[in-house]
Design a protein around this ligand. Structure first.
Ligand code: SF4
Ligand code: SF4
Length: 447
């Protein structure tokens, strides 16, 4: 079945390009040529690629995309609609790169290919709109407020999860989708920029991310409660922006570069000890994609982005490092949970830390589900234009959560939370979806 959102993934018509222009178009692919050549076509990535598991065709798997990128870079494959379609079928989850015996960074190669495709024919309608929105924080604030106010006209509440469901199908969204409710007031406008802590304790910049700012503000409140509990100074830069990953997924590297530089300036001036994220996707952007992709052509910018990446740390890892001991936080009522590994935490080896903190929380009983390390299927904007495939990837995850019998599925990424809630709602399962920090903060509040 054709996904309603796929209508948004249409590139402008091919333009006539001179040989010189064509060379410029292919520049991003030339820069990853060395990485492309590392692929020995062993096929080990087939076992780990969620897109391949759902689509079952070779072009969907990392090996197929790397081969296509190789021929594109050589110029013996044209930038045709089919090429765009193949390159769009990647969630940039990094699972293939994590397991590849030759360290082929397929996600970075796909980003380079999408940038080349966007240079050749321009951005898709969808990514043009995304770029305009994420570069404009004021417009995002206004849009968020309008959506929160007008939401009841288009959506009805789904009581058991406090989420929303469309009252009628909208173009590009379809009628089945379950979406979370937007916050009336963004997290970034709720607190002062600097919340002083105890002398001698770390100074932490909190990089909030759009999903926490506009949707799951409770994650932000939990983060604040936990790091203040540890005596840290928490700085929430007012001028922080979207991390830019929604633009990166469409090859809009101009937007990503602009946002990376703005975020860099917003964070650097505070000279923090740590840059903390409670969103796996934002963490992946700051920690991996900024230096590896954005800083590739500019050594001075690369050095600054690498310094930012070195200070960037996931909230659960930092809480553990700073000595949060949930056992000391007093009794908590019995609560059974299961844990979902976000791809952008798992591929950075962040799997033990959240589990250890959760297991130590009084009253919390953690049961592992089958395939906890499997992708939820969101893939950022992939979920918009390949919604059916995205939900096919999600279906075994929803079934595993239900089978675990847990009262809540807990994770470290607000994007995954939205996708998990959609899958659970559609499969009729009433399991709650929560962030790791929410569970921990509820315990410290009881002391
Ligand atoms: S990307 Fe890595 S795992 Fe996949 S075929 Fe190439 S070398 Fe093998
Ligand atoms: S990044 Fe993820 S979806 Fe894309 S090719 Fe690799 S494993 Fe498949």
């Amino acid at each position: 079945m054709r996904c309603p959102g796929s209508a948004l993934y249409v590139y402008p018509r091919a333009r006539h390009a001179s040989p010189l222009q064509r060379q410029k178009t292919l520049d991003p692919l030339k820069r990853v040529e060395k990485e492309i050549k590392k692929c020995v076509k062993c096929g080990a990535c087939r076992a780990h690629c969620p897109a391949f598991a759902a689509i079952q065709r070779e072009p969907a798997v990392a090996r197929g995309k790397v081969a296509l990128a190789h021929h594109l870079a050589k110029g013996d494959v044209q930038l045709e609609d089919e090429t765009y379609s193949i390159m769009s079928k990647c969630l940039l989850c990094g699972s293939c790169a994590e397991k590849c015996p030759n360290d082929v960074p397929t996600d970075e190669i796909v980003i380079a290919a999408r940038e080349a495709l966007a240079r050749e024919r321009g951005l898709t309608t969808f990514h043009k709109a995304v770029g305009r929105i994420i570069r404009n924080r004021k417009a995002m604030n206004m849009g968020g407020l309008a959506a929160a106010i007008l939401g009841p006209i288009f959506f009805r509440k789904v009581p058991q999860t406090s989420g929303l469901r469309l009252r009628f199908p909208l173009p590009f969204l379809g009628g089945k989708r379950h979406v979370p409710q937007l916050a009336k007031k963004p997290f970034l406008s709720r607190h002062p920029e600097v919340i002083p802590g105890e002398p001698g304790k770390p100074r932490i910049v909190y990089f909030v991310g759009c999903m926490t700012n506009f949707v799951y503000t409770e994650i932000g409140e939990a983060a604040l409660a936990l790091f203040r509990h540890l005596g840290c100074t928490v700085i929430i830069p007012r001028d922080q922006q979207c991390c830019g990953l929604p633009g990166m997924s469409g090859g809009d590297m101009e937007t990503v570069r602009e946002l990376a530089e703005r975020n860099l300036a917003a964070i650097e001036k505070h000279n923090p000890d740590y840059v903390m994220t409670a969103c796996a996707t934002c963490g992946g952007a700051l920690h991996k994609f900024y230096p590896a992709v954005v800083g590739k052509r500019n050594p001075e910018l690369h050095a600054r982005l690498q310094a930012l990446a070195d200070k960037t740390v996931d909230a659960a890892v930092l809480l553990q490092k700073l000595g949060l001991n949930p056992e000391e936080t007093g009794a908590g009522e019995a609560f059974s949970i299961t844990y979902h590994d976000p791809c952008h935490l798992r591929t950075r080896n962040i799997t033990k830390q959240p589990r250890e903190l959760l297991r130590a929380a009084p009253g919390v009983e953690l049961t592992e589900m089958e395939g906890a390390d499997r992708c939820c299927g969101l893939g950022g904007t992939f979920n918009v234009y390949h919604y059916e495939t995205s939900m096919n990837i999600n279906a075994p995850k929803a079934a595993a959560i239900a089978k675990s019998g847990a009262e809540a599925v807990v994770t470290g990424c607000p994007g995954c939370m939205m996708q998990l809630a959609d899958g659970l709602q559609q499969s009729g399962c009433k399991t709650r979806v929560m962030h790791t920090l929410e569970i921990l903060a509820r315990r410290i509040k009881r002391t």
